[in-house]
Design a protein around this ligand. Structure first.
Ligand SMILES: CC(=O)SCCNC(=O)CCNC(=O)[C@H](O)C(C)(C)COP(=O)(O)OP(=O)(O)OC[C@H]1O[C@@H](n2cnc3c(N)ncnc32)[C@H](O)[C@@H]1OP(=O)(O)O
Length: 416
């Protein structure tokens, strides 16, 4: 189904994707993201398996004879764990690109206006994305919400505390064994972590296929480590001079023991002089080593951005770590869905309602700030210190910090 909408610029035509658009979609995104073009059929099928054509917004320049595709954006229908309990649908914006020939004419803004209209009509409470740059999406109400550390370890020289377990709890597994065990392990892990994204079979298929054409060069295929309560995968890189390094692809552990046992193997990989990994910012690995300095933190990145689309629904659907009474004023310049809301949290649950006109806000912030604090990844007091959140008193700020904190730092675990 196509759905044509006229845009403020008459030569530009906004439409939904059809089968016939896919060559152009790949070509346009290949230019923006240095992707191969044409994409091998299996990789193209992987991508198409995750997104419906109706969820792809395209812009063509109909003023030019070839009517080139100059704008692409799409969203995945995803599920995200919320603080404390529960899972919510989230629209995962991705593959956004505008042709270099057509930038800064409002095409991104036009595509996002169309997407937001759809998400609001479908009652999505959240939109999420992984950002190519840090300065594009705040104007649309997104805020960085999950963070990760990149770390480096020297296997064999980063001993962990405690003895090797007498019986091996971790084993190497082949892809069939992994395919049978890992979706369930990953689903169990998502319930432990706010921001964690659920993976459907369409998401697992390309991960498990580990296609040679998609591997970073010069990398090995994935090696899998399996534990009853977790798993890890890693690659080994060998360059033309024979230099070797390892890269952990992912570690998902449902229990502390599984985390320790998997890392005990990873920190002991033979003949790999250096191992890198991307881990949650509160990952306890360092504290499990005899010398915490054996883990070098080489970077901090925003892993996922969040955009609250429906403020009362969002605030009412997470759990709170402390009681809270606040009148929160939220601005939403892009969509105008801000307002003043009373939030009353008791025993973990909050009742959220539009405030009476006479109510005086005790907290003020932008939607992007609310989205950044929502999953527990940034404390409200950090935004207050930055002048981006204001409160009527230090007591209110302390109560906000205590209410919004989460047991685990949020971590999405899936790039999209
Ligand atoms: C979720 C994802 O897919 S992340 C991937 C995003 N895509 C890329 O990085 C690929 C390469 N870049 C591009 O394709 C384009 O430059 C885009 C998509 C980032 C921007 O597209 P454009 O059509 O040029 O943006 P548009 O003209 O609609 O600008 C909208 C606003 O964003 C701002 N903006 C656009 N690009 C950038 C940027 N790279 N950095 C900061 N601000 C930006 C504009 O100034 C404008 O601001 P305003 O409306 O508040 O005045």
């Amino acid at each position: 189904m196509t759905n044509s909408v006229s845009t403020p610029t008459s030569r530009l035509s906004l439409q939904r994707a059809t089968d016939a658009d896919w060559d152009d979609i790949i070509t346009t995104d290949a230019r923006a993201f240095a992707m191969r073009n044409p994409l091998p059929d299996d990789e193209r099928a992987d991508l198409r398996g995750k997104v419906a054509d109706d969820d792809i917004v395209l812009v063509r320049d109909t003023g030019l004879p070839s009517k080139p595709l100059v704008g692409v954006s799409m969203f995945y229908r995803m599920s995200m764990s919320l603080p404390g309990a529960g899972v919510a649908d989230a629209a995962g914006l991705s593959w956004v690109s505008v042709a270099s020939t057509h930038r800064r004419r409002g095409i991104l803004r036009t595509m996002l206006t169309e997407m937001f209209g759809q998400w609001e009509a479908e009652n999505y409470t959240f939109a999420i994305l992984t950002a190519s740059e840090g300065t594009i999406y705040e104007r649309f109400g997104f805020g960085p919400a999950c963070f990760s550390n990149t770390v480096s370890i020297t296997p064999g020289h980063a001993p962990m505390r405690g003895d090797q377990p007498k019986d091996a709890t971790v084993r190497f597994a082949d892809v069939d064994e992994i395919a049978a065990a890992v979706p369930d392990l990953h689903a169990r892990w998502t319930l432990t972590t706010p921001g964690a994204l659920t993976r459907t079979p369409a998401w697992w298929a390309p991960i498990l296929a580990d296609r040679p054409s998609e591997r970073p060069l010069p990398a090995s295929g994935l090696h899998y480590l399996l534990h009853d309560d977790g798993y890890a995968s890693y690659r080994i890189y060998k360059n033309e001079n024979g230099g070797v390094r390892g890269e952990v692809n992912e570690v998902f552990a449902v229990t502390d023991d599984a985390h320790s046992d998997l890392w005990r193997v990873l920190t002991n990989l033979d003949l790999i002089p250096s191992l890198t990994a991307t881990i949650p910012v509160d990952d306890p690995l360092r504290h499990k080593l005899i010398n915490a300095r054996d883990v070098s933190i080489t970077g901090l990145r925003d892993e996922m951005w969040l955009r609250i689309l429906d403020i009362p629904a969002a605030l009412g659907s997470r759990k709170y770590a402390a009681d809270l009474d606040a009148v929160i004023e939220v601005t939403d310049e892009f969509r105008g869905h801000g307002g003043v809301f009373t939030v009353s949290a008791r025993g973990g649950d909050a009742i959220v309602a539009p405030a009476a006109e006479t109510a005086t806000p005790t907290v003020k912030m932008d939607t992007s700030v609310l989205s950044s604090i929502y999953l527990g990844g940034i404390r409200p007091s950090a935004f207050a210190a930055a002048g981006r959140l204001s409160v009527d008193s230090p007591t209110t700020l302390r109560a906000l910090d205590q209410a919004f904190t989460t047991d685990q730092a949020p971590f999405s675990g899936t790039f999209f």
